[in-house]
Design a protein around this ligand. Structure first.
Ligand SMILES: [Zn+2]
Length: 397
């Protein structure tokens, strides 16, 4: 078929389709929900335009300039952003039973609990993930007792590969990777060996490792050398010692090499020691930007510099990141890291209708690092409404 014949055939079939009963049904379709008139940003298809989003049977059914059909429910999103449901790949949401519902209010329709528990108590975090309304998955801490005030793997026998392997084998549906926390107050001198064991376990299941970097005893290049394609470095803005950037403002060559071989770099906002504005400024200037935003969320995040994922997404707008670039780092990019989210992070027709409606407010906003330093920004994302599998989530006060 040449081009002309192809166009002719396409027109003919479109005409036939318009006359068919099925097409008639589509024209008069009622949607369960229409989100009207918002600025729809869908990084998966590079869309940034005012659109209506029609939802039927829990899936995105149409994204069009004007959907005239009727709907059971309509959300007026004029003046707001309509983006895929947010995915937060570094949280501790599963440490508390109410965690998933709290972050759902923020627009978070998918989350990873990143190493709250190890083999000994992984059943607790999995129980929370299993009962959550949105999709929650967990990374198992290579330290079998999970996060400990005295340091997860200061005692190297806690980095128990056998115990981790057994736990993963029993819970393949919820454990999607292995977490290795490597700071000097967590792993001490054991950092390299802890990561080596975490990698051995993860590799045997074809899973990624997420490392918690920053303030390690071993030099970062030595640690990063153990990372394979698909692994994740969280706390990428951690200040020295052992940050990703040297004193002359150059990103370490081993870090650049890691990104080239497919290692992801994540923010992991958190509360202590993970980000400082001067380090962020130096890293952003090099163009080595994060692949993903994440909160490192815990029950007290509301009262720290974290607040919520939309707030964390706002922090780099003043460093030259555009609004669609910020959205991509909390939607499409995380969906490509973990297969559990492979049909999320997008508003493409046919995908699960997880949607976050956000407000992008102009004004003067203070953003905190982990050292009580403030920077002032002029735009901030606020959560406005969450739609999970096509259903609007009621907002608590
Ligand atoms: Zn964490």
């Amino acid at each position: 078929m040449n081009r002309r014949e192809f166009i002719s055939a396409a027109v003919t079939s479109a005409v036939m389709l318009a006359r068919s009963p099925r097409a008639f049904a589509a024209q008069t379709a009622r949607y369960d929900l229409i989100i009207k008139g918002g600025r729809v940003i869908d990084p998966s298809v590079r869309l940034d335009a005012v659109r209506d989003v029609g939802i039927s049977a829990g899936r995105i059914a149409a994204v069009e300039a004007n959907i005239a059909a009727q709907a059971t429910e309509t959300i007026d999103a004029r003046g707001k952003l309509v983006v895929p449901g947010l995915i937060d790949i570094h949280t501790h949401t599963a440490r508390a039973a109410e965690g998933p519902e709290l972050v759902l209010q923020d627009g978070v329709t998918g989350w990873i609990d990143a190493g709250s528990q190890g083999a000994d108590h992984i059943a607790d975090t999995i129980a929370v993930a299993r009962s959550a309304r949105q999709q929650g998955r967990v990374l198992i801490n290579i330290g079998r007792a999970g996060i400990l005030p005295e340091g997860d793997t200061m005692d190297l026998t806690r980095a128990d590969a056998g115990a981790a392997r057994d736990a993963i084998a029993k819970n393949r549906d919820f454990i999607v990777g292995v977490k290795a926390r490597l700071s000097r107050d967590v792993a001490g001198q054991n950092d390299y060996e802890v990561l080596r064991r975490a990698q051995e376990v993860a590799t045997s299941f074809g899973l990624p490792v997420m490392i918690h970097m920053g303030q390690t005893i071993s030099p970062l290049p030595k640690l990063i050398d153990l990372l394979k394609r698909g692994d994740i470095v969280t706390h990428m803005f951690a200040p020295p010692p052992n940050s990703i950037i040297d004193d002359n403002g150059h990103v370490l060559s081993e870090v650049l090499a890691a990104r080239r071989r497919g290692v992801w770099f994540d923010v992991g906002n958190g509360q202590t020691g993970h980000m400082r504005w001067d380090t962020i400024d130096a890293i952003m200037k090099t163009g080595f930007w994060p692949d993903t935003f994440s909160t490192d969320w815990t029950g007290n995040s509301r009262t720290t510099g974290v607040i919520d994922l939309p707030n964390c997404m706002s922090k780099l707008l003043g460093y030259g990141m555009t609004v669609p670039e910020a959205v991509a780092r909390a939607t499409w990019n995380p969906s490509r890291i973990f297969p559990a989210f492979s049909d999320r992070g997008t508003l493409n027709v046919g995908s699960t209708a997880d949607v976050a409606v956000l407000e992008l407010r102009d004004g003067t906003f203070e953003f905190l690092d982990n050292f009580k330093n403030k920077v002032t920004g002029h735009q901030r994302f606020f959560p406005s409404a969450t739609i999970l599998a096509g259903k609007r989530i009621a907002r608590s006060a």
